[in-house]
Design a protein around this ligand. Structure first.
Ligand code: SF4
Length: 146
């Protein structure tokens, strides 16, 4: 049995926990919340530390030094991180779902994740170039797939 099927999130080792991240990069996108409806909107304006072509953080180890507002996903805060996409492995497991067929832990690489349209690579712009964030609202980060 795979560790994510056998263990709770709280029982996982640090290495197992880190390996759950599929590397999609969606959590690195700026999001908006409608004041009236509280609806969440994703934008294609990415964190300035994101490598836009590769779709991953350029300095993951020291990211808090450069972006203090970055959120570390932990077993303690996963319940409150409702802005993570439905496709996110942490949210999926927290919600009692399984990992999707395209997840790197199942396939051994990020290729299937990219083919499933989950990666932000090549689809985003740097937040520092954005004038009106509302012009950058996109729907594709909300996509989920088995
Ligand atoms: S949204 Fe979840 S799975 Fe995707 S990069 Fe962020 S933490 Fe990893």
């Amino acid at each position: 049995m795979a560790f994510w099927e056998d263990k709770t999130l709280a029982q996982m080792t640090t290495e197992e926990w880190e390996s759950l991240c599929d590397g999609c990069g969606k959590c690195c996108l700026n999001k908006l919340i409608d004041d009236e409806t509280e609806e969440l909107y994703y934008t294609n304006a990415a964190c300035q530390l994101l490598d836009h072509k590769a779709g991953h953080c350029q300095n993951y180890k020291h990211r808090f030094k450069f972006v203090p507002s970055c959120t570390k996903v932990t077993v303690e805060n996963i319940e409150s991180l409702t802005w993570l996409p439905d496709s996110c492995a942490y949210r999926r497991l927290f919600m009692g779902r399984d990992l999707p067929s395209w997840h790197p832990l199942r396939t051994g690489s990020k290729e299937a994740m990219i083919l499933a349209g989950m990666s932000v690579a090549g689809k985003v712009t740097c937040e520092t170039r954005v004038r009106d964030i509302e012009d950058h609202i996109v729907l594709w980060p909300m996509k989920d797939a088995q």
